[in-house]
Structures are given as structure tokens and as C-alpha cells.
Design a protein around this ligand. Structure first.
Ligand SMILES: *[C@@H]1O[C@H](CO)[C@@H](O)[C@H](O)[C@H]1NC(C)=O
Length: 466
């Protein structure tokens, strides 16, 4: 950024500050005591004084991200305060809503802890911005890559002018524009298990927002073995449904192809659980895969570019909001952890497990009775994971019978009595509908159409997860 834009930025900032404090002062004077008003006035004056002095004193470091001390190591992160003229009252005012939410003690924790973000693309950039907006004051950004034009569809801070420059630098610039006091330690490096220790040094939490399976597995294993807290992002590519994004332990992830690949590799290396992740239960739809441009081949091993084995030489389609939402899930979780007020039970999975168990047990018992062996739960061609896929992702928790309501007592039932039970021959109904079905009811055209559509979907889903 040049001196030109710096001037207009400064003007904007000062005008905005005056406007904001004038509005606030007007509001407060409407209903508050005189003493409060005068304290407020002092604060406003502080804001103006502080902004003008720090703008005059450190213009380059504030507004020109490229001129900051980015090669500094851990000393940067442990320095007490980057901009001494930006005083504590102002920081507390800027973080007022967070203080209201977490309280003084928890905010002190958040502000004193260090977060390391590994991977600063569509997921990591959003996590970084929201963590810093919320008070995290020491952050290390690790990413070897430059901003590309095609990453602008999902990045939190990259602008056109950043194309060709390091991702970590454009995030750093934005973070410093948001929070004067933040210490940003930029590392234009690829994290590798052989020499990755210094990049994680001092981390209270590590965010894994890497999109390469092997590096991700290496980082997660590395942290898990050393009791370094790490939160991992699973695949946000080829998905569009924000309602299916959730947080759980990696061992509970169902039908996210990236999570499945990561989980399998970690398990082979002795890590089965203990890593919180954000993932989506959405089965990737009918995505069109683009061929990989030639220059991607020049960058190195093509196998490592994609997040899915099947996508080795392709580019994964990505809808911008999805990685952003993943990043914001990460920020929420890590903030609560840093504050010492963890999210108690991230919602669905735990409760749902019981439901899947019951659905499967009921189906087994019914099939056993049919086979004339009521005591013997029948061995079926589907397991609990399949039940989750069928019930949640294919049937969306709804009955195949119109009006396709959410059943009072959801039931899995074999559709075609002439074919064996399998993922492509089980449907969701409410219990009374299932009774009628088993008694031989012939459903109309609409039900048959829905069942057929679901059957095609489940087959497509199985292609992804096998
Ligand atoms: C990023 O851009 C710089 C400057 O153009 C270049 O030297 C470097 O090789 C690029 N890095 C990557 C990983 O493409």
C-alpha cells in the first residue's frame, strides 16, 4: 500500500472514530448518570488521542503490512505490546462484547494465549480473522503458498492486489488493521514433521487448516503424541449445505470422505480419537471436476494436491461460504477452549448415535421375526454407519410417505420384500406407516418415485465412501 491510500485510510479512521463516539455519547447521555458520561468523554478523548498519536508514530507498521517485522521469531510473540500508545481502555472498549460474554478472567486467558494456524487459505484465514477480532493477541500464521486469483472466491483477506504474494502476509495486514495490539508471527513455510517443531513452539492451540491429507495426518499425529491441543478442519470442498456442518471428535465423523481418509491413516498410526474436528455430513453431490492446469503439475507431486484420492489430478470445486463457515466453527471452538469455558457437548452426534443404534436394532429384530427366528437378531448387510448415512444424508430424517414429515417414531424398513436388506433396499417411515408397509400396503406413484430417487442417491454416496 502506498502513502496515498494511507492518507485516505487515516482520514477514514479518524472520521469513523469521531462519528462512532459521537453516536455512543449521544445514546448514553440519553439515559445515564453524569459521572458515567464524563468517564465516557474521557474514553472518547483517549480514543482520538491514541489514534492520532499511533498513526503519526507508526504509520508503516499499521497500514503497510509488507513493512512489518515478519521474520521475527518467538520474541515477537512474547513481546508485551506492539503499540504502547494504544492503551488498555481502548482494547477493552473494542472487545466490550467479548468481555460481556466471557468475563474478565476468561478474557485475560484469551488475550494471553498463543494460537498457531497451519494453512492460511479459505478455512485458516477466516479462523485467524475471527480469533483476533475476539481478542486472541498472539497468533502465528504458517503457509508457504501465494495468493492465486482463484483463491479469492473463499479467502477472508486476500484482495486482487495480493495475487502472487504470500497468503500469510495479506492476513497479517488485515489483522493489524483490525487489532492494533496483535502480535502476528508470519512464517512462509511448509509445515513438515521433520522440522516442524519451531513452528508450533509456544502454541496453546494449533489449528490444522491444511488441505493436503498426508501433511494433515502428520501434523495431527505430531500434536496428539506431544499433547499439543489441535483442532482439525475436514473437507469443505464439493459441498453446499451449511446445515450439515458440525463439530465432533474425529472418531465420530460419518461420511465425510476427507475425514474418512484422515481417520483411517491416523488409526493405522495408533491415533483413534482425541482430536476435535469440524466436518460436514453432506454427501458430495454431482460435482463437475475440472482438469488440473499444467502449472499445478510443475509445483510438485500431483497426488498431494487433492484432498481425495479420486481427485488426484483434478481441482476440487469449492463454494466459498463453506470453508469460511468451517473456519468460523474453528474460531468459536478454540475461543471457548482458550477462555476455559469449552462447548459442553457439540450437538448432534452423541445423541444421534443412540438413535442409529435403535433404528438398526429394531430393523434386525423385525427381520429376524420375519425369518422365523425371533430370538436371533438377524445379520444384515448394513451397519450403524450405513444407518447414519441412510437416515440423515439420504432420507434427511424424513418419511418416504407424503407429506414426508419428520416421523414421531422413525423406523427403518425393508422396501422390496423380494430383495435382501441393504443400503439400497431400506427406507425411512414412521412406525405406523412401516406397519402398513409390512402388512402389504401398495403405495402410490409418488412414494415409489421418492424411493427410487433415494436409491440412486445412496448408490452415489456409496461410491464416495468405499
Ligand atoms: C510466491 O511468489 C514469489 C514471488 O513471485 C515466488 O518467488 C515464489 O516462488 C512463490 N511461491 C510459491 C509457493 O509459488
Amino acid at each position: 500500500m502506498d502513502g496515498f491510500s494511507f492518507h485516505s485510510h487515516r482520514t477514514q479512521l479518524v472520521v469513523a472514530a469521531i462519528a462512532a463516539s459521537a453516536t455512543t455519547a449521544a445514546l448514553i447521555s440519553g439515559y445515564n448518570a453524569l459521572s458515567k458520561r464524563s468517564r465516557r468523554r474521557d474514553l472518547d478523548q483517549d480514543i482520538l488521542r491514541s489514534i492520532s498519536s499511533s498513526v503519526a508514530g507508526s504509520a508503516n507498521t499499521l497500514f503497510d503490512g509488507t513493512a512489518t517485522r515478519t521474520q521475527a521469531g518467538d520474541s515477537e510473540l512474547s513481546a508485551p505490546n506492539a503499540s504502547p500508545s494504544y492503551d488498555e481502555d481502548l482494547i477493552q472498549e473494542q472487545l466490550a462484547r467479548n468481555y460481556a460474554f466471557f468475563g474478565d478472567e476468561a478474557m485475560a486467558k484469551i488475550r494471553s494465549k498463543t494460537v498457531v494456524i497451519v494453512g492460511c487459505g479459505g478455512v485458516g484465514s477466516w479462523a485467524a480473522v475471527m480469533l483476533v477480532r475476539s481478542g486472541v493477541s498472539k497468533i502465528r500464521l504458517v503457509d508457504f503458498d501465494n495468493v492465486t486469483l482463484s483463491s479469492l472466491n473463499r479467502h477472508a483477506t486476500a484482495a486482487l492486489a495480493d495475487v502472487g504474494t504470500p497468503k500469510v502476509k495479506c492476513i497479517e495486514r488485515t489483522l493489524k488493521q483490525i487489532a492494533r495490539w496483535v502480535h502476528v508471527d508470519c512464517r512462509i513455510e511448509l509445515w513438515r514433521k521433520e522440522d516442524g517443531a519451531p513452528l508450533l513452539e509456544g502454541a496453546d492451540w494449533v489449528v490444522d487448516a491444511i488441505d493436503n491429507i498426508q501433511t494433515k495426518v502428520d501434523l495431527l499425529k505430531y500434536c496428539h503424541e506431544r499433547d499439543i491441543k489441535v483442532f482439525a478442519s475436514m473437507g469443505a470442498g464439493a459441498k453446499c449445505d451449511p446445515t450439515r456442518i458440525q463439530i465432533s471428535d474425529i472418531s465420530h465423523t460419518v461420511y465425510d470422505p476427507l475425514a474418512r481418509a484422515v481417520r483411517r491413516r491416523l488409526r493405522l498410526q495408533g491415533v483413534a480419537s482425541g482430536i476435535p474436528v469440524v466436518y460436514s455430513t453432506e454427501v458430495p453431490g454431482d460435482v463437475k471436476l475440472l482438469p488440473l492446469p499444467e502449472d499445478e503439475f510443475d509445483k510438485g507431486p500431483v497426488q498431494e494436491l487433492g484432498v481425495l484420492d479420486d481427485f488426484r489430478v483434478r481441482i476440487l470445486p469449492v463454494l466459498g461460504p463453506l470453508p469460511a463457515i468451517f473456519g468460523l466453527h474453528i474460531a468459536s471452538y478454540v475461543l471457548c477452549e482458550l477462555a476455559g469455558k469449552p462447548i459442553a457437548n457439540p450437538l448432534p452426534i452423541k445423541n444421534r448415535r443412540k438413535l442409529y443404534e435403535r433404528l438398526l436394532r429394531d430393523l434386525q429384530q423385525r427381520e429376524a421375526k420375519r425369518a422365523g427366528e425371533p430370538g436371533q437378531p438377524s445379520r444384515l448387510g448394513i451397519d450403524e454407519d450405513d444407518v447414519a448415512l441412510l437416515f440423515e444424508d439420504v432420507h434427511r430424517g424424513r418419511s418416504v410417505v407424503p407429506p414426508h414429515a419428520v416421523p414421531t417414531r422413525p423406523t427403518l424398513v425393508r422396501w422390496d420384500p423380494a430383495r435382501p436388506v441393504g443400503v439400497d433396499n431400506v427406507v425411512v417411515m414412521d412406525a405406523p406407516e412401516a406397519e402398513r408397509h409390512l402388512a402389504g400396503e401398495v403405495w402410490g406413484e409418488e412414494v415409489r418415485t421418492v424411493v427410487e430417487r433415494r436409491r440412486v442417491e445412496v448408490q452415489r454416496a456409496m461410491e464416495w465412501v468405499m
